[in-house]
Write a protein that binds this ligand. Structure first.
Ligand code: URA
Length: 207
């Protein structure tokens, strides 16, 4: 039977570029002026559009906004360590954020920012059709759990970290994995072992 996840990669890439073009021109975003003033880039996402696993972070930091690439700063180094720990090459996944522009001073994203960028993430999920969506941190967790009608199972990230949930996407059954944001090991390097342990839940889902 034809795999319902598999559209030709050039079609997925073209649709993803279209999403990026629209974000680039998103002058109605409350973060647009800040982007332009600082000569920042929006961070649309990076990786294999046919990947089985999509990672969703919170919002770009300064390094990401300067380069247009997700998780290329300190939190990205932690993410690379965690991926290496479970043998998942970064090139084999897709990484994006809910909010595609940098909030000033790395503050938490505001509800109105999540509201304006969320539909772009929704479209990216529909284009990619990932089998596993990994949320990094409580904002991504809240958005993804609600999107897939898992509200009743929402818990604080201190309890939800390292858990996997079954959910239904428009294109079939998927797993949602809720993990701590890698920045918790930037603030406190002692956390890395707990993060590594949580990441091990992905080994069973990456096939
Ligand atoms: N933190 C995030 O949530 N996303 C990034 O891209 C970088 C840091």
């Amino acid at each position: 039977m034809k795999n319902p996840r598999r559209a030709p990669i050039h079609v997925k890439n073209r649709k993803m570029r279209q999403v990026g073009d629209e974000i680039n021109l998103l002058s109605e975003s409350p973060l647009y002026e800040y982007r332009i003033k600082n000569k920042y880039f929006p961070v649309v996402g990076e990786g294999d559009c046919n990947a089985r696993i999509m990672f969703v972070g919170e919002a770009p930091g300064r390094n990401e906004a300067k380069t247009g690439r997700p998780f290329c700063g300190a939190a990205g180094k932690v993410l690379d360590t965690l991926l290496a720990h479970v043998g998942i090459p970064r090139t084999s996944i897709y990484i994006t954020n809910i909010v595609k522009d940098r909030p000033p001073e790395n503050r938490d994203p505001l509800p109105k920012e999540i509201k304006i960028y969320g539909p772009f993430l929704d479209r990216q999920i529909e284009i990619m059709r990932p089998k596993v969506i990994v949320s990094l941190g409580r904002y991504a967790m809240g958005y993804i759990m609600k999107k897939f009608v898992l509200d009743s199972q929402l818990e604080p990230i201190s309890r939800a970290h390292g858990k996997a949930y079954k959910a239904k996407a428009s294109y079939g059954d998927i797993s949602i994995v809720t993990l701590y944001h890698p920045c918790v090991a930037v603030y406190n390097p002692h956390n890395i072992d707990n993060l590594k342990k949580d990441f091990e839940v992905l080994t069973g889902l990456n096939k």
